[in-house]
Design a protein around this ligand. Sequence first.
Ligand code: FES
Length: 513
Amino acid sequence: MPVHGLANNLTEYGDKEFALYLRRSFAKAMGFSDEALAKPIVGILNTYSELNNCHRHFPQLVEAVKRGVWQAGGLPLEFPTISLGEVFLSPTSMLYRNLMSMDVEAMIRAQPLDAVVLTGGCDKTLPALLMGAASADIPAIVVAAGPMLTNQFDGERIGACTDCRRFWATFRRGEIDRETISTVEGQLAPTPGTCSVMGTASTMACLVEALGMMLPGGASIPAVYADRMRHAEAAGKQAVDLIRRDLRPSQIMTPAAFDNALRVLQAIGGSTNAIVHLTAIAGRLGIHLDLERLNQLAESTPVLADLKPSGQAYMEDFHQAGGMQVLLHEVRDLLALDLPTVAGMTLLERLDEPYTYPTWQEVIRSAREPLQPEGALIALRGNLAPDGAILKTAAASPELFQHRGKAVVFQTPEEMEETINDEKYKDIITKDSVLVMLNTGVKGYPGFPELGDLPIPNFLLKQSVRDMVRISDARMSGTCYGTQILHICPEAHEGEPIAFIRTGDEIELDVEN
Ligand code: FES
């Protein structure tokens, strides 16, 4: 008979009855009645922090989760975890993802919890929560922050964070002054919630829904909508149901579910960072994701979501267009459907209701008229990347897919920053050059930084050059676009072969082959 509630994971005093008596006594010190303490316990992992703007609304969100848990007959107990606010961490938030996952796993394992509600959103938080929950493997359900709303500036619609970068490039080109950029700074992120484009945070939220670890619709309801609170309440209720069914992450996040997630990643044209995060989550369950499988799925999955950074729309538009429900319907024939989800139904049952493609919108294209017939994210190999590299073709310039140019190599980010805009390099760095950044991979630089979006030199920006082939062993922010070959493996720090590239060497990119 499994132990539930307070009797779970007793403190070691050499006397179990004493440990339970003491625990009950101290729980009563918090004002709980015997009736409340007899209920199954749902832990709510709260990633609220005043150093995480995306989670600003979590006090209210967590209250909604608690309402749901109480309604379903559980005892909700909230506790904090490490929170990772993307732009508030040095050198990068990535350095702390695994630390957060260890915090999550250890606290789930150590405390008397029958199920957990994982609240997160900002880039590394959902991956860390799922990694920890996968290892602890007790019933778990995710409630995401939801995306920010967009704003207006000078008659133009703007949102974090693709527009953050676009305005900064405009400022660097001297097209707007310091006063204007400082006004823009105050308008880019107008509400709580995660960045308003299909960056890493929204990509991961969509993939968590595709994996089956979130209630339907949870990936895209804007953070400030009342529906977001109702969704959180429903997730609280569902957590209690998961205890009854003893449905665990390892039963939901199967190899077939990860295939579905990789399919959805292609269809939404999601962030390259998702490959790094999905691999880590799957790894916690002993599931190996490889680049061959990524390419197999890319070859047969159309790109459907027309969202920034590669497209036009924002996450609130994706939501209004039907969100993941429409997207999943459009790729339904490509998915494994007979898979359990936290919603108490299989993916097949979720998608079995009558469906008509919503023709009134253009944000989620139909599978018959995709934005791109295949391959939003692909793995490349070559003599510079024998173990692989990643290119987001959906955000790159097709005219650069066949390209030959002379390398301009930066050994460190510091060297790149000092050099790239120096006019004396005008004759060396041309629009056909291939910019190469080394020593910024997992081992080569603290925190595997998002330096793959190498800046185009100001003197080329002024000549209207908007894209160049760029190669690095770094990552790239999910809000960036351009022809960047990322995650070169083995990385330069390991000694070969990318480490031997020198300025002036000729590099050929041939995406098709
Ligand atoms: Fe949190 Fe972009 S800063 S999702």
